[in-house]
Design a binder for this molecule. Structure first.
Ligand code: DOR
Length: 446
């Protein structure tokens, strides 16, 4: 087995930034110490001036396979992910077929095992009529479940209150929810269609997918979780008012109700609709600057536990349609870390806190085995970043199959230099290295 020594990097891990050497042996981190002799290694990387962090574990991506491969594939998007320092991902069930049966889940694991350069797992989808499958699925194989409590790409709305109560009452694993109240959205949409027809100005999106729609749905989900004792994880918060529903006075391990925020809700605000148009149409919608600031605050004070991307590519042709036809979602995995490192440089969040939210906390929350930390005996999922190297997003560098990014033209203030997955270097300064594939994530019991 090969040994690789990373020397002189600043390690960002568990609330500290300290200079150390790190020795990789095979797939694992073998040793971390102030000094490790280079004679011990087959290869030595001098990482002076760079920071070394655990790979980002992205708990929410849509890689579109099977069935929607004109938008993206697990092969293409996992490569974009490692170029962006994301070494593990949970992919969402709104594919075709939907991941709502054990057969569909097995098919996804099979596709990923042959194509994913990053480590992978899948959330199992709930619908109004797959309770039997939800109860019988092997819970040791998956991190959790995903329920769309508001409709989005893929028609997976779960709106039967009895079914929801049954799911919440019978499942111990985390239940991740997309919260937007369908009735509110429908009412708002018909009002705007009556005024504008299909060509509703994109700036109205946050009035249609409104603050009220988000709050009603997330507060109801939280209420049900409290009643049933379910382990609830609310995905992609987008409003200030929702952040007040979450607590920060207990450690993550003890929390029954947790929250996630996504990069786009921290980066963009409604002022960006004019320039970016439907390219930044997401569900939930990008909202006001005041919402964005409240999300940053809640992330920093630990009411929000996890940082993710909700990477959700569509083709440019699809996105450029009229408002009612343009699908929501956009590609993010290649640029999420440079964007968040830029936020670190601008003082929005400390680097240690970013690593906690993107790497440590997903591992803790979903009981992922041996990942998410720089620790001896853990998998060597690592990212070397340069906080001094600026990097402008240009089309020819995009690895997304859809070949567009909402960040095109943006200059980030930091760069991902090298990414390792299970000890293998898979990305090196602009190049994907095709020598290895990722592993299926495994989970320990609580
Ligand atoms: O904007 C979104 N796009 N939000 C979702 O919930 C789904 C996603 C997609 O799959 O396109």
């Amino acid at each position: 087995m090969e040994t690789v020594l990373i020397k002189n990097a600043m390690l960002v891990n568990e609330g500290e930034i300290v200079q150390k050497d790190l020795l990789i042996h095979g797939a694992l981190i073998h040793k971390i110490a102030d000094f490790i002799d280079q004679k011990l290694a087959d290869n030595v990387i001098d990482a002076s001036g760079l920071h070394l962090m655990p790979g980002w574990i992205d708990d929410q991506v849509h890689f579109r396979e099977p069935g929607l491969t004109h938008k993206a594939t697990i092969a293409s998007e996992s490569r974009a992910a490692v170029a962006g320092g994301i070494t593990s991902f949970f992919e969402m069930p709104n594919t075709n077929p939907q991941t709502t049966s054990s057969e569909a889940l097995a098919e996804k694991f099979e596709i990923a095992s042959q194509n994913s350069i990053a480590n992978y797992s899948f959330l199992f989808g709930g619908t109004n009529d797959n309770l039997k499958e939800i109860i019988s699925i092997d819970k040791s194989k998956i991190p959790g479940f995903k329920l769309f409590l508001g409709s989005s790409t893929g028609n997976m709305l779960v709106d039967d209150p009895e079914v929801l109560r049954e799911i919440f009452s019978n499942i111990d694993l985390p239940i991740a929810v997309h919260c937007e109240d369908e009735v509110t959205i429908k009412e708002n949409l018909s009002r705007f269609i009556a005024e504008y027809g299909d060509d509703i100005p994109i700036g109205k999106h946050p009035e249609i997918r409104s603050e009220k729609a988000c709050y009603l749905s997330s507060s109801r989900a939280i209420e049900l979780a409290k009643e049933t004792g379910a382990r609830l994880h609310v995905f992609h918060l987008s409003t200030a008012i929702e952040t007040e529903l979450f607590e920060n006075d207990i450690p993550l391990k003890e929390k029954k109700i947790t929250a996630e925020v996504c990069v786009h809700h921290l980066w963009f605000s409604e002022e960006d609709y004019e320039e970016k148009g439907t390219l930044i149409k997401w569900n939930p919608a990008i909202k006001k600057k005041t919402d964005r600031e409240a999300l940053w605050k809640a992330l920093n004070d630990d009411r929000i536990d996890v940082l993710a991307t909700d990477h959700a590519p569509h083709t440019l042709e699809e996105k450029q349609q009229v408002y009612t036809k343009a699908p929501s979602g956009g590609p993010l995995v290649q640029h999420a870390l440079p964007a968040m490192l830029t936020a670190v440089k601008r003082g929005k969040i400390e680097f240690e806190k970013l690593v906690q939210k993107a790497c440590h906390n997903p591992a803790i929350l979903f009981n992922i085995e041996k990942r998410g930390f720089l620790k001896e005996g853990y998998f060597a999922d690592l990212v070397l970043v340069d906080l001094e190297k600026k990097n402008t997003v240009i089309k020819s560098d995009l690895l997304y199959q859809c070949q567009w990014s909402p960040f095109e033209g943006t200059t980030f203030e930091a760069s991902v230099e090298k990414t390792f997955v299970n000890g293998n270097m898979v990305y090196d300064q602009g190049k994907i290295i095709e020598n290895s594939l990722g592993k299926r994530l495994t989970f320990h019991k609580n």
